[in-house]
Design a protein around this ligand. Structure first.
Ligand code: 3IO
Length: 343
């Protein structure tokens, strides 16, 4: 088989050359592979949803710019931590950063209104509502950066080491939450402990907190099901996130690259919400099956009593936000209207 053996590599080489040539000819002018390199910082560990969406965005941007842009991702707070994300991106310590707006409640007033108890039912709806709200109000809080996309978690529930079946059970319990969700824990009588998600595994392990209030995909992604054997279903509020880019780095991008990235804003919000909603289901299936987690549903009367405790929160937010000059009632009405539209 000598002659046969020889023909094979030749054919392959020809094919390779043709493909390379075609790829080169199809590349937009100026698109030299990897000529633009961007860093992307993220605060939680790699298996969590903010990092999964980051990797998806990286892959898509690299593909859609034909390799002109290459993105180096930094999960786990290795480039910027949870609370330094916004200022770090403004200062150019990272080109792009993903932040949870709940960690700075007073800084992102308009967008954090999505974490009022207004009944956003899932992450897909929440993400599309938040992104529309951002585009409509273009809040001053983001004037120093380019916002690439926004998304939310699924609604928060209580994950705890001991069972929470009633308001009595939750009184004085040390539970971790941030931002809008923190106020809700307080309203129910828990001892709310504030910290970013990235600090929570250690706090649970050391016994600083007895549980947390967040979306349930972390039961699997951060293995909380190993210590929190109870989940109380409250489906109360979402946590809002933003992906922001350093303004000078954005302005320096070629227009065709800017277009690829801008065209992905809504798509990435929806992709992340959809991923989150599915992943919550997967996480809870695993938690119940493999980790023997007990899922507690509140009966109608109990749920009503819990919800009643939250009624003052939106009214208080409206009063405070109005005093600061925001069109607070309009913002709340928009969130409600958009929620209806997308759900
Ligand atoms: C979150 C933050 C980082 C990684 C996974 C996460 N799942 C839900 C959140 C929401 C949040 O920021 C928080 O602190 O509960």
């Amino acid at each position: 088989g000598e002659p046969k053996m020889k023909r094979k590599p030749d054919a392959r080489l020809t094919l390779c050359l043709v493909v390379c040539l075609m790829t080169f000819l199809l590349m937009p002018i100026g698109a030299v592979a990897g000529s633009i390199s961007l860093s992307y910082a993220n605060f939680p560990p790699a298996p969590t949803f903010p990092c999964v969406q980051m990797e998806r965005w990286k892959t898509e941007v690299e593909k859609r710019t034909n390799g002109a842009v290459s993105i180096k991702t930094y999960p786990g707070g290795t480039l910027l931590g949870a609370k330094e994300m916004m200022d770090g991106v403004i200062a150019g310590q990272a080109d792009i950063g993903n932040l949870c707006m709940a960690y700075q409640p007073g800084r992102f007033i308009v967008t954090n209104a999505t974490s009022l108890p207004l009944g956003i039912p899932n992450a897909r709806t929440g993400s599309l509502v938040l992104w529309d709200l951002y585009k409509k109000y273009q809040p001053e809080a983001f004037s120093q950066v380019k916002v690439l996309t926004m998304f939310t978690t699924a609604p928060a529930n209580i994950m705890s080491k001991t069972a929470v079946r009633s308001l009595d059970d939750i009184q004085g319990m040390d539970l971790r939450a941030s931002g809008g969700a923190a106020q809700i824990l307080k309203a129910w009588g828990a001892n709310q402990v504030g910290m970013p998600m990235s600090a929570t595994p250690e706090a649970l392990q050391k016994g600083v907190v007895q549980g947390l209030f967040s979306s349930l995909e972390v039961m699997k992604d951060l293995k909380f099901a190993e210590s929190c054997k109870y989940v109380t279903m409250t489906d109360t509020v979402i946590y809002p996130f933003a992906v922001v880019m350093n303004m000078d780095r954005w302005n320096a991008l070629p227009p065709e690259v800017q277009k690829v990235i801008e065209d992905m804003g809504t798509e990435q919000a929806e992709w992340t919400g959809t991923y989150m909603d599915q992943h919550v289901k997967d996480s809870m299936e695993w938690s119940v099956k493999e980790q023997k987690v007990d899922v507690i549903a509140l009966d109608a009367a109990t749920k009503k009593a819990w919800d009643q405790k939250l009624q003052f929160i939106t009214d208080k937010w409206v009063t405070d936000a109005k005093a600061k000059g925001f069109p607070a009632e309009e913002i709340v009405a928009d969130i409600q209207k958009l929620t209806q539209q997308y759900q």
